[in-house]
Design a protein around this ligand. Structure first.
Ligand code: F6P
Length: 352
């Protein structure tokens, strides 16, 4: 197929590095002689025909270093309706958009499969600070978000040390504890709580008391938002049971707005360029992954099934009914992800 134009969109929660991916898609497209439409505000831009044409490289100048997404984002319920999808397809047809690169998380990829099912080739790029796309080791934005958390925890550490206090910090990651686990290691936290593993509150309190008795002044505890409301409650419990003044803190959406790190700009640039090549090779309905430091692709439908299984949203009977090859892939991949998370969890407690 000959491509006339392609579209690029960012959808769902923004993540640092999305702009680098958009820039790479636009510039790679232009270098192949294809104009690129920025689809504004995610799938909403397709439903409402709200596009911005990028016809020359300078149209995406000076965005690689910017936080947020220059083509905006949204979560678009209209796109889940028959009328919404029909309108999106019509936008593609009338603007000669022959393929779409969709940057975002699992919701974004569900939208991409809908487009592909209606004859618009799609390639997904994982962009979410949560790193909760099971098929890939890395999603764009994770590194920046974690560094933003570290800036926050380093500041807290300083004031906790001065006052001999404890801080309990709630970090993002609605369906996955990656940010919590890694920032707990890197901030020198005494404990971490994530939805994926049991948390021994009594043991943590005992350990804080012992350490305080041994002369330790400051304590950080990281809790994932995947355990809703727990961080605040834990802060009160620690204060009550240890006598140490304990504050609850939450960097919230600041985590999404950091200036993209080198890692995020680099991975986003690689994935953006690769996405265009894949579309031009006639590939569709796939998500780009970075595993063992190499780019690869996984069918979006399979990637979404792996996500649902890992997040406990796929019951055993549904899983059992899948083809053997899919079951095998999902089992192996989910185990790999959980093993890595477990190793990180154990590391926090091994070096607390
Ligand atoms: O993009 C992922 C994420 O930041 C999650 O970590 C968080 O739970 C959620 O988005 C917040 O969503 P919203 O921006 O709609 O408040």
């Amino acid at each position: 197929m000959t491509f006339r134009r392609i579209g690029v969109l960012t959808s769902g929660g923004d993540s640092p590095g999305m702009n680098a991916a958009v820039r790479a898609v636009v510039r790679a497209g232009l270098s192949h002689g294809i104009e690129v439409y920025g689809i504004l505000e995610g799938y909403k831009g397709l439903v409402e025909n709200n596009l911005q044409l990028f016809s020359k490289p300078s149209d995406v100048s000076n965005i690689i270093e910017r936080s947020g997404t220059a083509i905006y984002t949204d979560r678009c319920p209209e796109f889940e309706t028959y009328e919404g999808i029909a309108s999106a397809i019509e936008t593609c047809r009338k603007n000669n958009i022959d393929g779409v690169v969709a940057i975002g998380g699992d919701g974004t990829f569900r939208g991409a499969t809908d487009l592909a099912a209606h004859g618009i080739p799609t390639v997904g790029i994982p962009g979410t600070i949560d790193n909760d796309i099971t098929a890939t080791d890395y999603t764009i934005g994770l590194d920046t978000a974690m560094n933003t958390v570290l800036t926050f925890t380093d500041s807290l550490r300083a004031t906790c040390e001065s006052h001999a206090r404890c801080s309990v910090v709630e970090v993002m990651g609605r369906h996955a504890g990656h940010i919590a686990l890694r920032t707990a290691v890197a901030s020198g936290a005494v404990a971490v709580a994530v939805a994926e593993f049991d948390f021994d509150e009594d043991a943590v309190i005992k350990s804080i008391i012992e350490k305080r008795n041994g002369g330790k002044r400051s304590f950080l505890v990281i809790v994932s938002e995947g355990i809703p409301g727990y961080a605040e409650k834990l802060a009160k419990t620690i204060e009550e049971k240890t006598g140490i003044v304990t504050r609850f803190c939450c960097p919230a959406h600041v985590q999404r707005g950091g200036v993209p790190t080198l890692t995020d700009r680099l991975v986003a640039s690689e994935m953006g360029e690769y996405a265009v090549r894949l579309l031009l090779e006639g590939k569709s309905d796939i998500v780009i992954c970075k595993n063992n430091d190499r780019l690869c692709t996984v069918d979006i439908a399979l990637a979404l099934k792996a996500d649902r299984r890992l997040k406990g949203k796929m019951a055993d009977d549904e899983f059992d009914a899948l083809p053997e090859k899919e079951k095998e892939y999902i089992t192996v991949r989910c185990k790999e992800v959980m093993d890595k998370m477990r190793a990180m969890y154990d590391l926090v407690y091994a070096i607390k």
